[in-house]
Unconditional design. Structure first.
Length: 310
C-alpha cells in the first residue's frame, strides 16, 4: 500500500510539474513575453512586472506562484534581452525558475514588425514529503525530502505586430524532467513531443468615442499533444490609456474579472479575480492575481515602438 501511494504521488507530481512549466497568468496579455519570448521585442523601454497568483483558494496545497519579469532593449539594434525569476508551489512540491530571453525585431515597413525570440531557463524541483498525510509514518520514502538537479529548458517564438494588431506563435516545454521513482532512482531529462506546449495568441484594438476609449479583444490557444485544446477569450476596455477593465473566459470553465490602472505610462497596478463556474464535472474554485509593472521613461537612444498591450 505504501509503495502504491508513493508511486501515485510521484506520477501526479510529474504531470503537474510538466503542465505548470509555464503557469497560466491572468495578465499574460500585458506581459506577453511570459508565453512567447519573441514578444520581448515589443518593449522599447526598460520595463518589468511582478506577479503573485493564488489559485483554487480554500484547497490545501493549492498552486501559488510569484514571479518577476523584466526586459532591456539594446540601443537602436532591435535586440531586447529579458529575464524571469519565478517560484511556484503545488502541494508538497516547490519549483524555482531562472530564465533569460533574447528577441530580435525586424521592421518590415514603417508600421509593421516581425520578431523572433528564444528563452532558456533552468529550474530546480524540491519535494517536501513531510507535508503529506501518510498511512505508515515509518515509511522512509515519505518522511524525507529530495531535491532534483537544476534542469534546463527552452522556448521558441515568432511574433508579428503593428499598432492595432498582433499575432504570436510559440513552442515551449521542449524538455521534460522525470522525477525519481522506484524504477528509476535518479532524475533524468527527455525530449518528448507529447509534453511540448504550443501557444497561439492574437489581439486587435479599435478606438471609439473621440479616441478616448479602446476596445481590445484577444485570444490565446494552448495545445499539448494528447490533451484537450485550451483557450482564453479576453475582452478589455481602456479609457484614456489609463483605466482598464475586462472579462475573460477560459476553457477550464473559469471566468476572470480584471481591472488595471496605468499612471503616466510609467506605473501599472492590476488585479484579477478568477471564478470557477462549477458546472459539468469541473471543480468550482476561485483565485486571485496581482500585478505591479513599471516602464522607464523613453530614452533618445532607443527606437519608439507603438504596440498594443492587451
Amino acid at each position: 500500500m505504501k509503495k502504491i501511494l508513493t508511486i501515485c504521488f510521484l506520477l501526479v507530481a510529474v504531470v503537474k510539474i510538466s503542465a505548470q512549466e509555464q503557469p497560466h497568468y491572468s495578465f499574460y496579455m500585458m506581459r506577453q513575453s511570459l508565453i512567447n519570448p519573441a514578444a520581448l521585442s515589443t518593449f522599447d523601454r526598460i520595463s518589468g512586472a511582478g506577479f503573485f497568483n493564488a489559485q483554487m483558494i480554500g484547497f490545501k496545497g493549492a498552486p501559488l506562484v510569484g514571479a518577476v519579469d523584466f526586459s532591456f532593449p539594446i540601443g537602436k539594434t532591435g535586440l531586447v534581452i529579458g529575464g524571469l525569476v519565478q517560484q511556484d508551489k503545488i502541494g508538497a512540491t516547490y519549483k524555482s525558475t531562472i530564465g533569460v530571453g533574447l528577441a530580435y525585431r525586424i521592421k518590415l515597413n514603417p508600421t509593421n514588425y516581425l520578431a523572433f525570440g528564444l528563452n532558456a531557463n533552468a529550474y530546480m524541483i524540491n519535494a517536501d514529503f513531510t507535508q503529506l498525510n501518510v498511512v505508515d509514518p515509518m515509511d522512509p520514502s515519505l518522511t524525507a525530502n529530495f531535491n532534483t538537479f537544476w534542469s534546463p529548458n527552452f522556448k521558441l517564438g515568432a511574433y508579428y505586430f503593428r499598432k492595432n494588431f498582433y499575432f504570436g506563435f510559440a513552442v515551449g516545454n521542449i524538455l521534460t524532467v522525470n522525477l525519481p521513482n522506484y524504477l528509476n532512482p535518479e532524475p533524468s531529462i527527455d525530449a518528448r513531443f507529447q509534453d511540448v506546449h504550443f501557444y497561439i495568441n492574437a489581439g486587435w484594438q479599435k478606438k471609439f468615442h473621440h479616441d478616448s476609449w479602446k476596445f481590445q479583444p484577444s485570444v490565446l490557444v494552448k495545445q499539448i499533444a494528447g490533451s484537450p485544446t485550451q483557450f482564453d477569450v479576453n475582452v478589455q476596455f481602456l479609457y484614456h490609456e489609463a483605466f482598464g477593465f475586462g472579462l475573460s473566459y477560459r476553457s477550464l470553465n473559469t471566468l476572470m474579472l480584471q481591472m488595471n490602472y496605468t499612471h503616466k505610462d510609467i506605473f501599472t497596478i492590476a488585479y484579477a479575480f478568477n471564478m470557477g463556474l462549477g458546472f459539468g464535472d469541473r471543480t468550482n474554485y476561485t483565485g486571485h492575481e496581482v500585478m505591479l509593472g513599471f516602464k522607464i521613461p523613453q530614452s533618445k537612444n532607443r527606437i519608439p515602438v507603438d504596440v498594443p498591450r492587451f
